[in-house]
Design a protein around this ligand. Structure first.
Ligand code: MOS
Length: 708
C-alpha cells in the first residue's frame, strides 16, 4: 500500500450515508433486548418500595408463590450475596442501586425490594402487585435548597473546586457586575426503549442480552458483582433505543442474573416507564450562583460559578455544573465550585452533557446579562473573552473554533439585523426576540480494541464492542473503516454490541466514535501491511487485532473540545405566558464530521433537548411521599413535534492534523448552551430575565405581568 493510493482513493468519511441497519430498524427485523426470543423464558417483575425511607420488616411471599405461573420471589432474605467493593469503569464505582436485595434498608422511594418471576409477564406483574411488603417507616427528607446546611464541595467526574486570584477585589474593581441565582429542575433521560435485560447460563457461561451503552463495561460490572471471571460473561446489545447516560449496569440486569442463576432458566427483566423514574437515574436539580465582574469594555475581571446539586444517601453523584467555566472563559479571578447535598432520593447519574447542560444555562445567561449591562453585543462580549489557553489548566487548545461558529452562525441567522433593545419586535399579539449562547464539550478518547478480518471473498468484517445507542455509530464506523482499509463502505461489515469482541470504550462522554475510530484505524493499518499485492487469503480470512491503550496514553495533554454557537428566535404571548421557539440554528466546530446525515441528527437532537430543557422538562418531587408527581410521560413534559419548528445545525471546518482520526465527538455539545439561547431570546422578547427552568407560562406571567 502506498500513500499515493490512499490519497487518490474516494473517501467515505464526510459523505452522507443512511444507517446501515436502517432497513432492519424500520421493518422490525432489528431486535432490541426485550424482543429476543428464548426457549423457557421466565419473566421477572421488580417490586419497588412505596416508602421513601425505612426498613423492610416482612415480605409476604408465601401467598404470592401460590399464584398462577409464579416461579420465585427474590428478596434480601435469599438473594445471592454481591461483591460491591471494587472500582468500576475509569474508577467510577457503579451506583449501588444495582446491588439489589442485599439488606433490609430502603434509602428512597422506588427502591427495589423484590423480584417476582413467573411464566408470563402478565402473571409476574399481577403477582408483583399482590406482594405485600411490611415496612418500618422512617422519616425522610427530600427538600433541596441551594443553601442547604449539609451541602459540601465534591469531586465528580471532574474536580469539585478550582480557584485563582482575588475574587472580591476584582469584583469591587469591576465597572459592571452580574450576581444572580439560576436554577434547573430534576430531569429524566427516558430513552424510547426502556431498560431490559435477559440473562441465561449456557455451557457454564453467563449470557446477558441487554440494552446498554457498553457491553464490555456491563460485563466488567457483572463479573465484579457476582465474583465471576469476566471471560465467563458475555453481554450482547446489538440494537439500543437510546441511553443518554442512563444505560449502564442497573438493578434490572443484576436481578435478571440472580433469577436466571437460581431458576437455571433464562429470565428477562424489563423496566416500565414509571419504574424508570426511580431506577434509571436522573439529572439532579441545580441551584447555581454566577458572579461576573467586567471592565466597561466587557473584559472579565472576575468569574465565580458555584453550583449545588442533590444526590442520594447511598451514592455520591455530582452534577458538576460549575465545570464549563473552566474551559470557556478566563478572568483575573476565577472560582468554580460544585457542591452536593445528600437527601433521600434515588441516585442521579450522567445525563446528556452532565454538568455542561445546566451549567451553560446559568453561565451563558449570566454573560447575556453582562452584555446588556455593558451595552455590548453578546457575541462580541464572548469574542472579547476568548482565552488563548485553558483558563484553569493553562494547557494549549487543540483547536478552538468558537469564533468561526459565531461568525458563520451570525451571518446565517441574521444576527446583524437584530435591535439589541428588548421588547421592540412584535408579530400581532406575540413578542419576538432572539438570543444566542456558546457551547463546548470535552473531546476525549479511551483505550479500545478492535479486530478486522480480510475475508476470502474480498470483503472486510470489523468487530468492536462499540454501542450504537441511536447515534448512527455503526454507520460512522463503517465509513471510518472503509477509508482506513481503502475499500468502499459496502465492502465493510461492522459488527458491534458484543462483549466477546473485546474491551472498548462505552458510548458515553461523546468519546465513543473517536475512541473506536482510533482502534479501527490502527487495526486497518496493520491489516493493510499484511495484504501486499499477491496475498492469498485463506478461507477463514486474515484477522488482525488492535489495542489503543499505549496510543491513548501517549496523546498530548491538551484542552480538546467541541464548540458551538447556538441561536434561537422565540415568540412570547404576554397574555398566556406561552413561549414558542420559532427557529433555532446551531453552528458547531466538532472535529471531522464522519457522516453528515447522522451527525446533523445528533446536533439537532441535542438542540431539541435544549428546547425541551428550556421550556418543558421538570420532575416535581412531592416532599410528603418522596417521589415525582405523575411519574409518566403524560406528566413529564418533553418537546414534541409541535414544539420544534425549524431547527438547523451545521458545522465549520475543524481539522486537527495532530490527531490520527481528527474526530472530536458530537453526542453532547448540541444541548450545551441551547437552553440559554432560548432564555436569552425570551429576555429579548419580553425584557424580563428567566433564571429558572423550565420557562413555564406561569413564570413568564409572574415575571412580565405588566402586559397580561
Ligand atoms: Mo453520556 S451522559 O456520557 O451517556
Amino acid at each position: 500500500m502506498t500513500t499515493t493510493a490512499q490519497k487518490t482513493a474516494v473517501r467515505a468519511v464526510g459523505t452522507a450515508h443512511v444507517r446501515v441497519e436502517g432497513r432492519d430498524k424500520v421493518t422490525g427485523a432489528a431486535r432490541y433486548a426485550g424482543d429476543v426470543p428464548f426457549t423457557g423464558l421466565g419473566y421477572g417483575w421488580l417490586v419497588l418500595s412505596t416508602v421513601a425511607r425505612g426498613r423492610i420488616r416482612d415480605i409476604a411471599s408465601a401467598p404470592v408463590l401460590e399464584m398462577p405461573g409464579v416461579l420465585a420471589v427474590l428478596d434480601h432474605r435469599g438473594a445471592p450475596r454481591l461483591n460491591t467493593d471494587y472500582a468500576g469503569l475509569m474508577g467510577i464505582r457503579p451506583d449501588p442501586t444495582c446491588a439489589v436485595f442485599q439488606n433490609d434498608t430502603v434509602p428512597h422511594l422506588g427502591w427495589p425490594v423484590a423480584l417476582v418471576v413467573a411464566e408470563t409477564p402478565e402473571q409476574a406483574r399481577e403477582a408483583a402487585e399482590a406482594l405485600v411488603v411490611d415496612y418500618e417507616v422512617l422519616p425522610h427528607d427530600i427538600e433541596f435548597h441551594g443553601d442547604h446546611p449539609d451541602s459540601y464541595p465534591a469531586d465528580g467526574h471532574m474536580p469539585g473546586v478550582t480557584d485563582k486570584g482575588d475574587l472580591e477585589a476584582e469584583l469591587a474593581a469591576s465597572a459592571a457586575v452580574v450576581d444572580e441565582e439560576y436554577t434547573t429542575p430534576e430531569e429524566h433521560h427516558h430513552p424510547m426503549e426502556p431498560h431490559a435485560a435477559t440473562a441465561r447460563w449456557e455451557d457454564g457461561r453467563l449470557e446477558v442480552v441487554d440494552s446498554n451503552q457498553g457491553a464490555t463495561w456491563v460485563v466488567g460490572e457483572l463479573a465484579n458483582l457476582f465474583s465471576l471471571d469476566p471471560a465467563s460473561v458475555r453481554v450482547r446489545s446489538e440494537h439500543v433505543g437510546g441511553g443518554f447516560g442512563s444505560k449502564g449496569v442497573r438493578a434490572h440486569q443484576v436481578a435478571a442474573v440472580m433469577a436466571a442463576t437460581i431458576l437455571d432458566r433464562p429470565v428477562r427483566v424489563a423496566l416500565t416507564r414509571p419504574q424508570m423514574f426511580a431506577l434509571a437515574g436522573h439529572r439532579s436539580p441545580t441551584v447555581q450562583r454566577v458572579r461576573l465582574g467586567a471592565d466597561a469594555d466587557g473584559r472579565l475581571r472576575a468569574l465565580d460559578h458555584r453550583s449545588v446539586s442533590r444526590t442520594g444517601t447511598i451514592y455520591e453523584f455530582v452534577e458538576s455544573s460549575a465545570g464549563v467555566a473552566r474551559t470557556m472563559y478566563d478572568a483575573d479571578a476565577h472560582h468554580t465550585e460544585n457542591r452536593v447535598v445528600r437527601l433521600d432520593v434515588p441516585s442521579p447519574t450522567f445525563m446528556r452533557a452532565p454538568g455542561e447542560a445546566p451549567g451553560s444555562f446559568a453561565l451563558e445567561t449570566a454573560l447575556d446579562e453582562l452584555a446588556e449591562k455593558c451595552g455590548i453585543d453578546p457575541i462580541e462580549l464572548r469574542l472579547r473573552n476568548e482565552p488563548d489557553k485553558g483558563p484553569v489548566s493553562g494547557l494549549p487548545f487543540a483547536g478552538r473554533n468558537l469564533r468561526a461558529c459565531f461568525e458563520e452562525g451570525a451571518g446565517r441567522f441574521g444576527w446583524g439585523r437584530r435591535d439589541p433593545r428588548p421588547r421592540v419586535r412584535r408579530d400581532g399579539r406575540w413578542l419576538l426576540g432572539t438570543g444566542t449562547a456558546a457551547a463546548s464539550f470535552q473531546a476525549g478518547a479511551a483505550p479500545s480494541t478492535a479486530a478486522i478480518t480480510a475475508e476470502a471473498d474480498g470483503r472486510f468484517t470489523v468487530r468492536i464492542s462499540a454501542a450504537d445507542i441511536g447515534t448512527g455509530a455503526r454507520t460512522a464506523l463503517t465509513l471510518v473503516a472503509a477509508d482506513a482499509l481503502d475499500a468502499a463502505p459496502d465492502q465493510v461489515t461492522v459488527r458491534i454490541g458484543d462483549s466477546d469482541f473485546g474491551p472498548a470504550m462505552i458510548a458515553g462522554g461523546s468519546m465513543g466514535t473517536r475512541s473506536w475510530s482510533l482502534a479501527i484505524t490502527a487495526a486497518a493499518t496493520t491489516l493493510r501491511e499484511h495484504l501486499v499485492p499477491g496475498t492469498v487469503i485463506p478461507a477463514e480470512g486474515i484477522t488482525v487485532r488492535s489495542d489503543t491503550t499505549a496510543q491513548i496514553a501517549a496523546l498530548t495533554n491538551m484542552e480538546r473540545h467541541s464548540y458551538g454557537a447556538q441561536f434561537a428566535e422565540v415568540a412570547v404571548d404576554p397574555a398566556t405566558g406561552e413561549v414558542r421557539v420559532r427557529r433555532m440554528l446551531g453552528v458547531f466546530a466538532a472535529g471531522r464530521i464522519v457522516n453528515p446525515l447522522t451527525a446533523r441528527g445528533q446536533f439537532t437532537g441535542g438542540m431539541i433537548w435544549g428546547i425541551s430543557m428550556a421550556l418543558h422538562e421538570e420532575a416535581v418531587r412531592d416532599p410528603a411521599f418522596g417521589g415525582p408527581v405523575g411519574a409518566d410521560l403524560a406528566n413529564y413534559h418533553v418537546a414534541t413535534h409541535a414544539d420544534v419548528p425549524r431547527v438547523e445545525a451545521d458545522w465549520v471546518d475543524d481539522t486537527d492534523p495532530d490527531d490520527p482520526v481528527g474526530i472530536k465527538g458530537i453526542g453532547e455539545v448540541g444541548i450545551v448552551g441551547a437552553a440559554a439561547a432560548v432564555a436569552n431570546a425570551v429576555w429579548h422578547a419580553t425584557g424580563v430575565r428567566q433564571r429558572h427552568l423550565p420557562i413555564r407560562p406561569d413564570r413568564v406571567l409572574t415575571a412580565a405581568g405588566d402586559d397580561a
